[in-house]
Design a protein around this ligand. Structure first.
Ligand code: COS
Length: 384
């Protein structure tokens, strides 16, 4: 492939859509962010807003009611929303994460059954892979699915599942061949939230992304038909890994949005805040911090967009680049938000200003959809 073909371009239409989303985020989402965080409330109103504006259609193809605009456009949208409110950005991210298994591995019937209602925003999904004893190592899960009377019967408890209690269906991973060995003999299923035996377990109290419910869905002998098996039986681990290879870009975009939001806020604050008779951005100590923050965001954005373009080109390096983008953007988010709090000083540490929330929201991006230690492992495997 030529060097030129490796570059990404952003079509004019996508830039226009990004500007619309930026305006919506600034005018409609940002004013709600502090309250969502304070009350730890899922913002149903903002989910409706995202649906009305066709933003929840971004992860989907036109034949399923989607915009068909690809991964780069989707993640530019995540970035813009996360600048204002990381919890609200997660609504869009999970719309992709919870449907990718169906999009990548589902039958035509499954795609027709689930994707259009997610593209319209009527339904929300959840992705249920982790368990209390299986976080970084999902191959060690104990949730089981056994055959009974021509159906699958799923029993187990998942952990740290986003959209718990909000989701209309859960993509659940369960061991179907216990003899197959670690990370093998696992299958993926769609479980609708209204099936008998499904219940909402413990909801977590979290440091950040407090407007997004996280917790334990419980599957107690939930029966699903064969039509709810995603992909081939015993091939579910690959469904999970291929999904995460793509969805991690959403985490990277969320992290970048948080970082850029914190940088923009700190820069604006430094223009107004006066000490020693002048705005604090007249001091080189503050100028250099802001310069480093802006530089790190710009570098993170280039890596993210390049990785998104690789997904859109179906490049074979997708897994490596999404891991690198997730690792780099989330580390940038942590560094930058710590500095933003420092620029605001005492005001940075109190809830009247948004940067302490941004710092708390940033931390999860180094942890979920694979810790950054797992990302390094995934990257290192490509270098052996
Ligand atoms: N795409 C497709 N298939 C993949 C894959 C990928 N990215 N990565 C692994 N596989 C396949 C392997 O090829 C292997 O297939 P075979 O059975 O045909 O040999 C199978 O999956 C098992 O792979 P492996 O032996 O590498 O599994 P491990 O248990 O060693 O996996 C990692 C290790 C770290 C990659 C995996 O456990 C992981 O990603 N952990 C993090 C999980 C995570 O992100 N959790 C967050 C929860 S979601 S919010």
């Amino acid at each position: 492939m030529s060097a030129l073909a490796e570059l990404y371009t952003i079509p004019h239409d996508h830039l226009a859509f990004r500007d619309t989303i930026r305006q919506i985020a600034r005018e409609r989402i940002a004013p709600r962010a502090a309250e969502i965080d304070e009350k730890a409330e899922y913002p149903h109103d903002l989910r409706r807003l995202l649906a009305e504006q066709d933003i929840l259609a971004l992860p989907f193809e036109p034949e399923h009611g989607g915009t068909g605009t690809g991964t780069l456009m989707l993640n530019m949208a995540v970035e813009e929303i996360a600048k204002a409110c990381a919890s609200t950005a997660l609504i869009l991210m999970i719309q992709e994460l919870g449907t990718l298994p169906i999009k990548l591995f589902g039958t035509d019937e499954q795609q027709d059954r689930f994707l259009p209602r997610c593209a319209s925003g009527e339904w929300s999904p959840a992705f249920a892979l982790s368990e209390p004893e299986a976080g970084s190592d999902p191959g060690g899960m104990i949730t089981r699915a056994v055959r009974d009377d021509g159906e699958w019967v799923i029993t187990g408890t998942k952990n740290w599942i986003t959209n718990l209690g909000v989701a209309d269906f859960y993509v659940v991973f369960a061991v179907t061949d216990p003899q197959a060995g670690h990370s093998r003999g696992i299958s993926a299923f769609v479980v609708e939230a209204n099936r008998p035996g499904f219940s909402v377990g413990k909801l977590e109290h979290k440091l950040g992304i407090r407007g997004s419910p996280t917790g334990q869905p419980i599957f107690d002998g939930v029966r699903v038909p064969d039509e709810n098996l995603i992909g081939e039986v015993n091939q579910g681990f690959k469904v999970a890994m291929a999904t995460l290879d793509r969805s991690r870009l959403g985490v990277a975009a969320q992290a970048l949005g948080i970082a850029q939001g914190a940088t923009d806020y700190a820069a604006a604050y430094a223009r107004e805040r006066r000490q020693f008779g002048q705005p604090i951005n007249a001091f080189q100590a503050i100028q250099f911090k802001l310069a480093d923050m802006e530089t790190q965001c710009a570098a993170a954005r280039e890596l993210l967009y390049q990785a998104c373009a690789k997904v859109d080109r179906e490049d074979r390096e997708v897994g490596k680049y999404s891991a690198m983008a997730k690792l780099f953007c989330s580390d940038v988010a942590m560094k930058v938000t710590v500095e933003a709090v420092q620029v605001l000083g005492g005001y940075g540490y109190i809830k009247e200003y948004p940067v302490e929330r941004m710092l708390r929201d940033a931390k999860i991006t180094q942890i979920y959809e694979g810790t950054n230690e797992i990302q390094r492992l995934v990257i290192a495997r490509t270098l052996r």
